[in-house]
Design a protein around this ligand. Structure first.
Ligand code: NAD
Length: 347
């Protein structure tokens, strides 16, 4: 891990490379206000470890990394650019060991700024040769994992007539809501941002307050907002939990407690892998849109394999997903490392 104070901005930014066993480390760049730099360090370490598991389980030849811009206040537009250029210098100094994409607080336009100083960036805007926002493919992956989960819990993967609560009506949450409504689900959403609530109202979606999300009677709960949602004492009403938010559990033992209470929790690093599978498929492996989406859809089979193993072995999906990741990381297979290449114009 490298932590550096930017020479232009004076802001501390950091990169963690958790694993390069399967290939160069990939992960998003988080741009966020933290109470203390130590909180940012905790975040970058935990998130980079989650990326290792995500890439390994999804069959990607990439390792886990993450970068964080540890803000103490929201910057102006000019400061933001200087901070990003400083951060790009840090990424460049690692010589390709870490490839950055968007994460909470950053988007494809910010990747364009990073690109001014380093080629080790993905998810540029489509008009600049990248694949842009990965939230659509991430939602496709969540829906694939949801089908496997629904089959396990309800004996039927169909969502027609099922009540689904989506916590976080952001980019991924909105994609999920639209798709699930189309499938005939009764979708209820929650958010803390008034603008997002207004957008949900415009779509005719019923709203629920954030503090009610866990207790509401529903078939499925989709955490699509922030991490750390489930702790040792958290009661969850829905029998199936699957969503894109990273690091949903306060620690791994919570998976056992959820399981003991009859809640099927699909590991976040499995359910949220669609974005990275799609983006790297397109940008590093030259897949077409259709081929990359087909690869995202295979997360349904991966999830089913994990759930079947958990059921057969009397373990949790987290234990089985970890075992799958570990098997890949220790298989000794020569990683097929696709070299990062110049972005090309998306079809
Ligand atoms: N976008 C992707 O491709 C992708 C990929 C993997 C993982 N994820 C993770 O999935 C989650 C959602 O991603 P996104 O791109 O939609 O982010 P986003 O920022 O667009 O949306 C998150 C939404 O959650 C809301 N929110 C914040 N705190 C909340 C709370 N306590 N209760 C309810 N709502 C709350 C925010 O107001 C926002 O509207 C994030 O945790 C992200 O790290 C996203």
């Amino acid at each position: 891990m490298v932590v550096r104070r930017g020479r232009r901005s004076g802001v501390t930014t950091m990169v963690a490379v958790h694993s390069s066993t399967l290939g160069p480390a990939v992960g998003g760049c988080r741009f966020k206000v933290y109470p203390r730099v130590h909180d940012a360090i905790d975040d970058v370490l935990r998130l980079s470890a989650a990326m290792t598991r995500k890439c390994a389980v999804a069959g990607l030849d990439f390792g886990g990394g993450k970068s964080v811009v540890a803000l103490d206040a929201v910057p102006t537009a000019e400061q933001r650019r200087e901070i990003l250029l400083d951060h790009a210098d840090l990424i460049e100094s690692l010589g390709g060991a870490y490839l950055a994409g968007p994460d909470v607080g950053t988007g494809p336009e910010d990747m364009l700024v990073l690109r001014e100083r380093t080629p080790h960036v993905f998810c540029l805007p489509q008009e600049h040769g990248g694949t842009g926002s990965s939230s659509g493919p991430t939602a496709v992956g969540v829906l694939a994992a949801l089908r496997a989960g629904a089959l396990a819990v309800f004996g039927d993967e169909g969502m027609h007539g099922r009540k689904v609560v989506i916590s976080g009506y952001g980019s991924v949450g909105a994609h999920l809501a639209t798709d699930l409504v189309q499938q005939g689900a009764e979708v209820v959403v929650s958010d803390v941002d008034e603008r997002r609530l207004a957008a949900a109202r415009e779509q005719g979606l019923p709203l629920v307050r954030p503090e009610e999300v866990l207790g509401i009677e529903a078939d499925v709960l989709i955490p699509a907002a922030v991490g750390g949602v489930f702790g040792p004492e958290t009661e969850v009403s829905a029998p199936l939990v699957v969503g894109p938010a990273n690091n949903q559990l306060t620690d791994d033992t919570v998976a056992d407690e959820l399981s003991a209470r009859g809640v099927l929790w699909i590991p976040d690093f499995v359910a949220s892998a669609g974005g990275v599978v799609y983006t790297l498929g397109r940008e590093a492996q030259n897949l077409t849109h259709e081929q990359a989406i087909a690869r995202v859809e295979t997360l349904e089979d991966t999830t089913r394999t994990i759930l079947d193993a958990a059921s057969a072995n009397g373990t949790t999906p987290l234990a089985e997903a970890d075992a799958l990741a570990e098997a890949r990381l220790t298989s000794g297979a020569e990683p097929r490392t696709p070299s990062p290449r110049e972005p090309r114009t998306a079809a």
